[in-house]
Design a protein around this ligand. Sequence first.
Ligand SMILES: [Zn+2]
Length: 118
Amino acid sequence: MSKRSIRQREQREKKRIAKERVERLFTLAERVYPYEPELANRYVEIALAVQQKAKIRLPRKWKRRYCKRCHSFLVPGKNAQVRLRSRPYPHVVIKCLNCGHIMRYPYLKEKKARRKES
Ligand SMILES: [Zn+2]
């Protein structure tokens, strides 16, 4: 086996481990949030550090679960306000109630479903 393919394999392995760690940290954050929200935020910080270092993408599931500004773990109905808006395009508005930061995400699934219907 060439040196290069060994390196590629190592890289893949590193990314796989990083993904697992990110997943575990966010899962932990969700679990501890009701008792220790500060600890949940700490887990988010660590998860983001792991993600940046390994240059991996955050799983979709967790992408919208933290504040892009203050990095708080967000729980809809607790420290996050979630609203659906259809204008000017279908999107979700998530407001962090810790720092007031507002995040908008296009709601593509709904849009596609509607297109099919019509
Ligand atoms: Zn925030």
